[in-house]
Structures are given as C-alpha cells and as structure tokens.
Design a protein. Structure first.
Length: 565
C-alpha cells in the first residue's frame, strides 16, 4: 500500500518539497504526518481525511447537518464516545457503523467491539466534526459532561468519598474542598444545566439511587443517576457552596451560591428538604439575562400591552400579577420596574427572598427570624417616601391591608397573588378579610399569566391538527381560515423536543366601573369574569389559542396550562 505522502502528491494536495518539509517537522515534533500537513496549512483536515479514507478503503462521512437516529446514538454511552472521539452513525444487520478520525487506531476498534459487544464497521471523519457531532447528538457542552463523569463513578468500584457503612448511615461528613471528583461533579452539573437552559436542578434521593433532573422550559428532564453512595458527599459539597450547616439533616435549610458557569455569573437559590430517604435538594438558577426584558418582550397582545403600560404609569393603585409558582410573575414585575426605574422615581421592594438584584432599586429581604416581615417592611417603607412599592406576595390579611393603605396614600403598588385567574384575585382578597369596598377602590388592574413553550424556530414545520383537537379547542371556522399551525420536528437546537424557549399567555382585567361595582357588592368570581369578558377581557385560554393559531406555540401546550371556560 502506498503511504500517505505518495497519496497526497498523487492527489495534487502536496508538492515533493512540501511533503519533505512536512515529514521533517513531523519527525522532529513527534507528530503524525496528517496532523503536520494540516498544521503547516498545506491542506485542510477534510482534504487529508478524504485521502486517508481512500488509502485505507474506508468511507468518508460529512457529519454536518446529518441526523443520526437517537436509537443509534443510545447504543454508545456518551462517556465512551467522548473518551475515544468516536460517534455511532448507523446500524444495519447487527453491525454498528462507528465514525473515527484515525484509521490506524486498532486498539480503539478492539476496545469498542469489546465494550459494545457487537460487530463494528469503521468510517472516517475529521476529529473536529466528530466532536461537534457528539455535542450535537448527546446535547452536552464541550469537554467532560456530567453524564460521562457519572459513568466514571458508576463503572468503578473505587469509592471516592466514603465507605458503604458511612453512606448507609447518611452521616454527612465534611467534604474536603479539594475532594476532586465530587467537586468536579457538582461544577459539571451546574455548567451542564446552564448549557441546557435549565431553570432549576433537582437532586432527589431514593432507596437505591439518586435521581438528578433539570427543569428545561418548564418541563423536568431526567439525567443519569449517580450511585446512592455519593449522596452524602454530593449534598455536603452543595451545602459548603451555599454556606449551610452541613451537620444539619433534620431541618429544612435555604442558602445561596454565587458561581461562574458556562461563562456566566450565576446566583443559585438552594433549598434542602428532609425526606424519608435523605435530603432532597433543589437549586434554582437565577440568570440576570432573564429579567432584562421590557414589557414589550413578555408576549402581551397589542391591546393588553397598551393597557398594561398605561396601568404602570398611574400615580397610585394596586396592580396584581397572579399565577402559580414558576409562571413568570417575577419576570413580569421586574419588566415593569425596569421601565419605571428612572432617577426621578424612588422604588422600594419587599421580597422573600430577593431573587435578582436590580441596580437603582432599594430591595429589602424578608427575615422572619427577626420579625422583619412584609407588613413591618411596608410600614417602614412608607416613611421613606417612595413612588413605587413592590410587595413580593400578598399572602395574608395584614400584608394585603398594608398594601391597600399604601395605594390609598398615593403610591403605586405592585404585588403577586396565587390565584388561577384574574377575576379570582378579587374574591381571594375578600376571603383574606379585606373589606370589599377597599378591594374595589384600590385595585386598578389584575394580570393572570402562564408560560407556554415556543415552537423551535429551526425545525418548525406546518401542521394540521385533527378535527377532534380543533373541536376540543373550540376553534371557530373563521379562526381556522387565517390559522398557520406549527409543530417542531425535533432537532439538536431544541434537544429533540420541538420546543425552545417560553412565552407568556395573559389575562388582563382592568377595574372598569362595572367590575368595580360587582367587586364592591361582593359578587362571585363567575359574575366578575362574565362582566370583564363582556368589556373586552381576553381569557388565558383564548390568548393561548391565538398564539397557537399564529404558530407560536401548540394546542397541546395551551391545554397543558389553561382550561377552556
């Protein structure tokens, strides 16, 4: 067989002098000829690899934009793919086609046959393209991933942290700052979560395993499970970072971690909860980029956007944002504050806890341990002569009545309330014990919201829902005429889910004279809702259907978060 140099000359890629120089450099630097030719700039990695494929009678693969079936990807563990820089490409008749970058690395070929326990066929591609394909298909970042790290823990019997007896007793001994494997695993876990755009990380202990899940676009996705014996070390490392008491295992604990991951400075809110199999930990990733949005970017319809912006410009009154945990209430309130945050306005917030730090705004954190609760903070706030007040949550009579007093004395008050829809907020406040006339007189607007996943822009394609779905959604023939339904096929950009990112759906109720009259009379939620709809309010469900008709989201997403009235 002619050697690589002869092939390169024959193909006109190198001249004899260039080949001689490349061979000299390769010998002196102890490099392979193919790598040296690329380093000297005489040929591209792709040109050299095509020649190598021809020389060794292998097929060359261009891995760019070539989809590899998930079922094939799953046949090779991520740790094996990364460690050996190989990627499975296809499977036929029990033979697995593996793409490698070195046609002479027979040791790796034998190792793959042994690990995978099947016949392996070799194809060639450049190392860079293989690594890109690994990142694309395994959905991870460059370099080591948490999955491959966990594989390392699972595959070896060496215990990096403690003895089995210690693990069984759940005694969380202090983890040395330099206990490399666990320290690395926690850092990788956080970095991976950032790369995957997760909003929180859940570490949950069970009888025989630890389950790690990331919440991505509001949906929990399970990752590889570490061995149960790592629980103590893993939790101790997180507690050290969050400045918690690592010896305390019976009480709930809250902490905060400041960390740099994925090139970003992150704040993590950490919560520890004792469960029957050990402590469950949730780390909430607070990314400052998420709250640098204007009201325009929230997803409000043109009508609701105009009304909401006018409400935020009022000199006094209460503006409530309602919805369950994780529905984007904080983002909406901060978007409003960002718009109002000017040198001529004083803004004070009372939050439990302060999630994001906003420059130019006075933020106060609730501390129940010393009696610093919402009502006390609001009382003190009023002596500071603010223009705008944000109360984290109106959770009881005292907080609600103090907020109402603040609004009646000429302040604009923003707050949140846990109700299912906008009209329900009125009756909820009355249920708390606030007189109906005060509720009717102080509230200027209520915004209910949910978050729906947005169809991936890279793989979206036209889609026609079934007649049953259209009937269930209550879509009229008139609405169908201008509809352009979309669905994501699933690609590497969206992690094969068909969705990437989230957007709000909204229900904005303003206190018109009719709604105020009903609130004052102590009317039911249903009566208030009917009056608000008759005066132009769009319900959460209807706003979601509009976004589905426009191809922004899907009907399934709307059904998931809102119900038809």
């Amino acid at each position: 067989m002619a050697d690589l140099g002869d092939y390169l000359i024959k193909k006109g890629i190198l001249g004899p002098e260039q080949l001689q120089e490349a061979q000299t450099v390769a010998t002196s630097r102890k490099l392979k000829l193919q790598d040296t030719v690329v380093q000297l700039g005489y040929a591209t990695a792709e040109q050299v690899m095509r020649v190598l494929a021809e020389q060794h009678d292998y097929e060359y693969y261009d891995l760019d934009n070539v989809p590899i079936p998930p079922a094939v990807v799953e046949l090779v563990p991520e740790s094996v793919a990364r460690e050996n820089a190989v990627i499975p490409f296809s499977e036929e008749d029990g033979k697995l086609k593996i793409v490698v970058s070195d046609p002479l690395d027979f040791n790796t070929f034998d190792k793959l046959k042994f690990i995978l326990n099947r016949e392996v066929e070799i194809g060639l591609a450049t190392r860079e393209k293989i690594l890109e394909a690994i990142n694309r298909n395994y959905g991870q970042m460059d370099g080591e991933s948490a999955d491959s790290m966990l594989q390392e823990f699972t595959d070896t019997a060496i215990d990096f942290t403690e003895t089995e007896d210690d693990a069984d007793s759940d005694d969380e001994s202090v983890v040395d700052e330099n206990s490399a494997p666990v320290v690395r695993l926690v850092q990788l876990m956080i970095t991976e979560a950032v790369q995957l755009r997760a909003s929180d990380i859940h570490v949950e202990p069970f009888e025989s395993r630890i389950r790690i899940r990331y919440r991505i676009d509001g949906v929990l996705v399970e990752r590889d499970s570490p061995p149960r014996r790592l629980l103590s070390a893993l939790l101790s490392r997180i507690k050290i970072l969050a400045k918690m008491d690592i010896a305390e295992r019976r009480r709930t604990q809250d902490g905060r971690i400041k960390i740099t991951a994925g090139g970003k400075e992150l704040d993590l809110r950490v919560s520890m909860l004792p469960t029957s199999h050990g402590q469950s930990c949730v780390m909430r990733l607070l990314d400052k980029d998420n709250i640098r949005v204007g009201i325009r970017q929230l997803g409000l319809s043109e009508r609701d956007f105009r009304i909401f912006r006018n409400l935020t410009r009022r000199p006094n009154g209460i503006l409530l944002v309602t919805g369950p945990t994780g529905s984007g209430k904080t983002t909406t309130l901060y978007a409003a504050l960002n718009e109002l945050n000017r040198p001529d306005r004083k803004i004070i917030t009372a939050e439990d806890p302060v999630e994001y730090y906003l420059p130019g705004i006075n933020q106060v954190e609730v501390r129940h341990s010393i009696g610093l609760d919402f009502a006390l903070i609001i009382r003190a706030m009023l002596r500071q002569a603010p223009n705008v007040i944000l109360v984290g949550e109106m959770r009881d009579y005292e907080t609600a009545s103090m907020g109402i007093q603040a609004s009646l004395t000429g302040h604009l008050v923003f707050s949140t309330l846990h109700t299912n829809d906008a009209p329900g907020a009125v009756t909820r406040m009355v249920d708390m014990g606030v007189p109906a006339y005060l509720v009717a007189g102080s509230i200027v607007g209520i915004l209910a919201q949910r978050l729906v996943r947005v169809v991936c822009t890279k793989c979206k394609q036209p889609f026609t829902p079934s007649d049953a779905q259209i009937e269930a959604a209550g879509i009229t023939p008139e609405q169908l005429e201008g509809a352009s339904f979309m669905k994501g096929a699933g690609c590497s950009h969206c992690g094969k889910s068909g969705y990437r990112g989230r957007l709000g759906i909204f229900e904005l109720m303003t206190m018109t004279s009719k709604v105020r009259e009903l609130s004052f009379a102590g009317a039911s939620t249903v009566e208030i809702a009917k009056a608000a709809i008759s005066e132009g309010m769009t319900t959460l469900y209807d706003d979601g259907i509009r976004k589905a008709l426009a191809g922004i989201t899907t009907l399934e997403e709307v059904f998931r978060v809102a119900k038809r009235s």
